[in-house]
Design a protein around this ligand. Structure first.
Ligand code: 13P
Length: 268
């Protein structure tokens, strides 16, 4: 099941989650900058997505498509209904119409600051799949849970709640992001060994829910204080299939360094 030993080589996904940074003018400059520097070999063995705020999506889509930049458009969140009286929400249907490929679902900031429940995460995963986009479903323990030895319990509850009842094809095609809360924005990334242990555990849960084949194809990212310096070590682990990057994705040069570090680990 690992990239090194098994027959399945999962293509890594590096995703830049801009959170609530960059207005549409700044987004335009950042994506253009990235587009000018990104060369074909940089994405020869790596998929890359960027997840700007909703107000930037149309601008970024236009630049990416117009200038044929090899980046997939991503969103940071959506609601699970297609339309209706849901003031302030954005639907998966709207995102799909913009050519959005990936949608982050259940980021810990949505769960913690905006009270997104496990049930809402599960409904959103299904809604994103219904519109033929790929969910990047975030799971991760708090510092208190880790200190209490409850990391696996926490991951198990979140993974089962999000994915229970999905088909093997659905589960095998999506992305899980392991983002321990204590590593997000703290400058204290998980060690490569801790990240690998959690990703292996998550893959095992996918195997329980949907079988070994789904577990061998599901991509499991790590996120939390990823930098150009620690990226290669993290993705060198066999079960870490890419990175979900926050702060270090905001500037084109830094994000490109991360993409290249990951690509360097996968080039044969
Ligand atoms: P940082 O990379 O800024 O720690 O953020 C991680 C994250 O939450 C990405 O979704």
């Amino acid at each position: 099941m690992s990239n090194l030993e098994g027959s399945v080589v999962r293509r890594p996904l590096v995703s830049g989650n801009w959170k609530m940074h960059h207005d549409h003018i700044e987004a335009l400059h950042t994506v253009r900058d990235l587009g000018l520097r990104l060369k074909a070999p940089d994405v020869g063995s790596v998929d890359v997505s960027i997840h700007p705020p909703f107000t930037d999506l149309r601008t970024v889509q236009t630049v990416v498509e117009g200038e044929s930049i090899p980046l997939a458009l991503g969103a940071q969140h959506c609601y699970f209904e297609d339309r209706g009286a849901f003031t302030g929400e954005v639907s998966p249907q709207m995102l799909a119409r913009l050519g959005t490929r990936y949608v982050v679902v259940g980021h810990s900031e949505r769960r913690r600051l905006f009270a997104m429940s496990d049930a809402a995460v599960a409904a959103t995963v299904r809604a994103v799949l219904r519109h033929e986009m790929t969910p990047i479903c975030c799971v991760g323990e708090s510092e208190a849970e880790r200190d209490a030895g409850r990391t696996e319990t926490c991951l198990s509850v979140q993974v089962r709640a999000a994915f229970n009842g999905l088909s093997a094809a659905q589960l095998g095609g999506l992305v899980v992001a392991y983002e321990p809360l204590w590593a997000i924005g703290s400058g204290r990334a998980a060690t490569a060994v801790d990240a690998e242990d959690a990703c292996v555990f998550i893959r095992g849960l996918v195997a329980e829910l949907a079988g070994a084949e789904a577990a061998s194809t599901v991509r499991v990212q790590y996120g939390g204080s990823v930098t150009a310096e620690n990226a290669a070590e993290l993705v060198s682990e066999p079960d870490v299939d890419g990175l979900l990057v926050g702060g270090a994705s905001l500037e084109a040069g830094t994000f490109l360094d991360i993409i290249r570090a990951v690509g360097g680990c996968y080039r044969s």
